[in-house]
Design a binder for this molecule. Sequence first.
Ligand code: ADP
Ligand code: MG
Length: 253
Amino acid sequence: MSQATATSHGDTPMIEMTGLNKWYGDFHVLRDIDLTVARGERIVICGPSGSGKSTLIRCINHLESHQQGEIVVNGVPMTQDVKRIEQIRRNVGMVFQHFNLFPHLSVLENCCLSQTWVQKKPRAEAEKTAMEYLERVQIADQAHKYPGQLSGGQQQRVAIARSLCMRPEVMLFDEPTSALDPEMIKEVLDVMIELAREGMTMLCVTHEMGFAKTVADRVIFMDQGQIIEEAPPETFFNQPRSERTKLFLSQIL
Ligand code: ADP
Ligand code: MG
């Protein structure tokens, strides 16, 4: 093995979860989750409401803590240590259902804030990066508007750009199109498809099955805190194994 290969992260999985268990009080929300995500892999997570999908991906950047098992992100084991959590979060971007933009900041300021505060970048450099990513999600012309002046689809594209400004190694999406009017869903999915094509590692909680068929390497079906089934999209949609998966697919397709 060459030195370059040995020292690169090439062989380390992007995310490794082993024996993950989590409770909210007495409620056992995640049960014995084992999940390895390779570099560049695109994963779609689906399942009924309340099955633990959001909780699972929120554990990856420690927006939720777990009680049992291990999570390793980009080779770094998750602990309760604040510095360690910050180190992991630097590699992980997240996009939420309700965009979570700062309403009192312009689009450009939303995209610069973490760059100047967390990454300590000079303002000019942060703005340059912000404009680059706003350009990529085709919203640079709205840079000086406030989130409230934009449509839902535009706000979600800004949220994606803002996340990308931090140059994450992996992107987590939690139902990014569920709060959008139908005519705006495509503009957001198109940005996500583009990102997938560029090789970004992605975990997407979504019920957009067309998206899953287009970009997913693997579809994961969760129910009651467990991974019930995982398979490439062709197999998942055409030959689901478990009765629970079949029932779920019959309800959403
Ligand atoms: P999903 O994203 O699949 O809809 P969630 O991960 O949001 O599921 O929630 C899984 C279960 O955990 C649900 O029953 C939900 O009510 C419960 N839950 C989620 N967050 C909390 C919390 N902070 N405290 C207690 N229960 C929670
Ligand atoms: Mg959820």
